[in-house]
Design a protein around this ligand. Structure first.
Ligand code: NAI
Length: 502
């Protein structure tokens, strides 16, 4: 029972329920299961010690157990305070062959409803291993594990946690204070902790748009500490998970939270990137009238050509029944906007961080009252009087989902297994790429990955898609040699040039 004493989850007695769900998810995750089949014997991740920070759901359990089947040692935390499925976390700790009394799985530090302090403590736990040897790879979603290493090392070199705000710290003052407290304690415990951790790290694979954005910033500044693989921009990730995953899990989150009918209503979607496209399509599928906002003229034109009216949020404040942010940007819905919304409008964010909706500003609106309808569903009531535009209003309220954090994971269970099998197959392949490079260098070979951000090669992207075709009964047409020559592509792919956009 190696894992004993080294985990923190809600309740291990949930493990059996989690195991049943994992078993069903495995059936829906053909990509991960065929990677287990292909590499289970050669165990290419032997020696890899992976610190994972990604929503601790049932699908992630299948990812974790795939990494283990390929030889890796793993420690895990969630990348959001509300996204853990406690039964999945318990099942991963217990493992397929353990019992709640004798857990034999993977150390997980995650439960649904963590405080911010608990969240960052858990993130630290996946990086500080009990043995001398810490993690050599990070698997990240949103970049918080990567951020903690970079900030920890920065502070350690300064000899202290600085008093003034530094670039690279989290967006919110409250969260920055928590991170600083965690790092201060960590530096007190071991003044060279982050140097030791950073020296052992050989790379990171990053799951999402927002995390990838952070990595490109670090690389541009020249401060990225290790190579990074951008999993998000594999075609089989962002064009599937971000779009079709959201198409499924956005209505799931809204339904479980509110059970408010979408048909016939007006739904406002901020952003028409990959996530926004999935969100708009989901609302349309339910019979809602969908309006979209954009800052990018190309995406705005796409939305218009797809039949969505493109507006500014100010145009629809008193008209829309749903306001959903998908931008990965800050301050998209302000407190002033919220005071002007229709009575009982539902407000939610499905982008990665909680800065798209100004929750702090909302709490400061004069006379505003917050009522918990149930966990992750809150009614905010504004008193009668003038709203932010000066218009006289009766008392009215709005419903805010998951306190402004991503609602599909806070109010529901995130994307379904089949789409996550695509994303996570890219993750596993990314981890194998980085680990193979470490071994190549150890054997005197040349490194393929430097301190920069890379995408996976197209033949691997096509491989991930291929692994999911049989399950859907897809019969792929094969190129003849003369057709392949005519197009100038190999019969077995890659079929498209790098600049092709799908
Ligand atoms: P994207 O870059 O494809 O799309 C974002 C769009 O928002 C862009 O087209 C941009 O022009 C637009 N935008 C930016 N500022 C805006 C503003 N002020 N008003 C209106 N539009 C604005 O990014 P993607 O892949 O769609 O991801 C969006 C967010 O969702 C990211 O934070 C990402 O990490 C997150 N995400 C969340 C998932 C979930 O399960 N909840 C799954 C995948 C991604």
């Amino acid at each position: 029972a190696e894992v004993a004493g080294q985990y923190k989850v809600r309740d291990l007695s949930l493990a059996e329920a989690g195991r049943h769900q994992i078993r069903l998810a495995e059936h829906e995750m053909p990509g991960l299961m065929s990677l287990r089949e292909e590499y289970g014997a050669s165990r290419p991740l032997s020696g890899a010690r992976i610190a994972g920070s990604l929503h601790m759901t049932v699908q992630t359990a299948v990812l974790i157990e795939t990494l283990v089947a390929l030889g890796a040692e793993v420690r895990w935390a969630s990348c959001n305070i509300f996204s853990t499925q406690d039964e999945a976390a318990a099942a991963v700790v217990v493992g397929p062959h353990g019992t709640p009394e004798d857990p034999q799985g993977v150390p997980v530090f995650a439960w649904k409803g963590e405080s911010l302090t608990e969240y960052w403590d858990c993130t630290e736990q996946i990086l500080v291993w009990p043995s001398e040897q810490g993690p050599n790879l990070i698997l990240d979603d949103g970049g918080d594990a990567t951020l903690l290493v970079h900030l920890g090392l920065q502070y350690e070199r300064l000899g202290a946690v600085p008093a003034d705000t530094r670039p690279g710290e989290p967006e919110h003052a409250e969260e920055t204070n928590v991170v600083r407290a965690v790092l201060r304690r960590s530096l007190d415990a071991d003044p060279l902790r982050w140097t030791t951790i950073a020296e052992q790290l050989r790379g990171v694979t990053e799951e999402t748009t927002t995390g990838v954005h952070r990595l490109y910033q670090l690389a541009a500044e020249g401060s990225l500490l290790f190579p990074a693989i951008n999993v998000n921009d594999s075609v089989t990730k962002s064009k599937f998970d971000n779009k079709y995953g959201i198409r499924h899990s956005l209505p799931d989150g809204i339904n479980r939270a509110t059970d408010v009918l979408m048909g016939g209503k007006v739904a406002f979607v901020a952003g028409y990137g990959d996530v926004g496209k999935g969100a708009a399509e989901a609302f349309r599928g339910q019979g809602a009238r969908v309006v979209v906002s954009e800052v990018d003229p190309i995406c705005a034109l796409q939305a218009a050509m797809d039949g969505f009216q493109v507006v500014r949020i100010e145009d629809v404040l008193d008209e829309a029944d749903f306001f959903i942010t998908t931008t990965g940007n800050r301050d998209v819905v302000t407190a002033a906007h919220m005071t002007r919304m229709k009575n009982k409008a539902v407000v939610g964010n499905i982008g990665h961080f909680d800065n798209e909706i100004d929750m702090a500003g909302l709490a400061e609106v004069g006379g505003v009252r917050r009522t918990e309808i149930k966990p992750q569903v809150h009614e905010w009531t504004f008193p009668a009087g003038p709203d932010a535009s000066g218009a006289e209003r009766d008392e009215r309220s709005i419903i805010v989902l998951s306190e402004g954090r991503l609602l599909n994971l806070g109010n529901a269970t995130g994307h379904p297994s089949f789409v996550m099998s695509n994303s996570f197959s890219n993750q596993v392949i990314g981890q194998m790429e980085l680990w193979e490079d470490v071994q190549r260098v150890a054997d005197g070979g040349e490194a393929r990955y430097e301190r920069d951000v890379y995408r996976l090669p197209k033949h691997l992207d096509e491989k991930v898609a291929r692994l999911h075709l049989d399950a859907l009964g897809v019969r792929l047409t094969e190129l003849s040699t003369s057709q392949a020559e005519y197009l100038g592509v190999p019969v077995d792919g890659p079929y498209k040039p790098e600049h092709y956009r799908y």
